[in-house]
Design a protein around this ligand. Structure first.
Ligand code: BGC
Length: 370
């Protein structure tokens, strides 16, 4: 009994310490505790740096949430911060985490250059690194956890082909709104959809329209870029947008021109906005990446590393810059259309409450969302 009270007090103190050590809403430090209230085996601290909160809703609504849940369940100390698309802040956060005792650093880089600097500094201090979602080219992180990103692109290409054929489009002009040129994933997505669409351009079934990358996945810039595309080529009949944010930027412009729903647009991330655009008939598909699985896989590696273990990854990817293999866990993405939009809700990724608001309530019922 006495021991119970003592350990509970220790846990409460640790929790209080952790919470005060890092205020602000962008970061949180905490110490996990078992159900009985006693701190679990002491492990090194895990630092996570997320990239921003505007290029996709996922980072704050999904990645942070699932990583936090996994770390809490494991009872390890962690600190998750968001660099808000600021490369200098990214490096400062990494330095602070290491000063504060992080022994594992998990990063979603803003570009390979700054990612590499962070990883090399970590390595020189004996801190193990995990590339989360984005591979840092030339970085040589100890592990990489992501989805099969080329497959994401393939699903987008195939999705667009299906929507264009449903619309019986004749020699459609297809525009590309690619992801950030600094994100290796954007390169892989493009490889995937080019693999599907290039043969169509080559055979003359489709016509290649404007093709542009959106710096930093910036949604506002995407709108400006797409506006210019549509002005220069008013007959654009399909838009390969690399994620839901870029897709929504295109849809907003299409709406102004009364073309929404007529011109299929792709996406990625199964965000509430993307799914609502699908329900409204303005977006043809999105790609659902079960971020919980990605977060769980990364957290499992990080927790083992923090405890001084040397976990094995199930596969590897080749860093195109160094030619070296990086141990990797790659998960499987899933294409989402109006037919299976309900799967994303059933999986718990978005709730019916957030998706089926106002005008979407009836559309949700039609789409079979319970
Ligand atoms: C991620 C996507 C995300 C994009 C913009 C990519 O690296 O894989 O899920 O939409 O970054 O944040």
């Amino acid at each position: 009994m006495r021991k119970g009270i003592l350990s509970m007090t220790a846990a409460a103190a640790a929790l209080a310490l952790g919470l005060t050590a890092c205020g602000g809403d962008s970061g949180q430090t905490t110490t996990g505790a078992t159900a009985e209230g006693s701190p679990q085996q002491k492990a090194g601290k895990i630092g996570v740096i997320l990239p921003d909160s505007k290029s996709s809703a996922r980072w704050e609504t999904a990645d942070r949430k699932y990583l936090e849940e996994a770390f809490k369940a494991a009872g390890v100390q962690y600190d998750i911060q968001n660099a808000q698309n600021d490369k200098t802040a990214f490096q400062t956060i990494a330095d602070q985490m290491m000063t504060n005792g992080a022994t594992v650093l998990m990063i979603v880089n803003l570009d390979s250059g700054t990612g590499k600097t962070v990883i090399e500094k970590a390595r020189s201090q004996g801190v193990v690194t995990i590339d989360y979602d984005r591979l840092t080219l030339g970085g040589n992180a100890a592990y990489y956890v992501s989805f099969d990103n080329t497959k994401v692109g393939t699903l987008q290409g195939e999705g667009l082909v299906k929507c264009l054929s449903d619309k019986k489009a004749d020699k459609p002009i297809v525009a590309y709104l690619n992801g950030s040129p600094t994100d290796n994933n954007a390169t892989l997505f493009k490889q995937g959809y080019d693999g599907v669409l290039k043969p169509k351009f080559d055979s003359g079934d489709y016509v290649k329209g404007p093709d542009q990358a959106v710096p930093d996945w910036d949604n506002t810039q995407a709108g400006t870029i797409f506006e210019q595309m549509l002005t220069s080529q008013p007959k654009i009949a399909g838009v390969l947008a690399a994620n839901d944010g870029l897709g929504n930027a295109a849809i907003t412009v299409l709406k102004k021109n009364n073309l929404n729903g007529k011109v299929p647009v792709t996406g990625q991330d199964a965000t509430v906005q993307g799914l609502q655009n699908i329900l409204a008939g303005d977006q043809c598909m999105t790609v659902y990446k079960a971020v919980k699985k990605e977060a769980d896989a990364a957290a499992k590696l990080a927790v083992a590393l923090a405890k001084g273990e040397k976990p094995q990854a199930s596969g590897s990817v080749k860093d195109p810059e160094t030619g070296k293999d990086v141990p990797a866990e790659l998960l499987d993405p899933q294409a989402i259309t109006i037919e299976n939009v309900k799967d994303v809700v059933a999986d718990g990724y978005v709730t019916k409450e957030e998706l089926c608001t106002g005008e979407f309530a009836a559309k949700c019922t039609e789409a079979g969302i319970q």
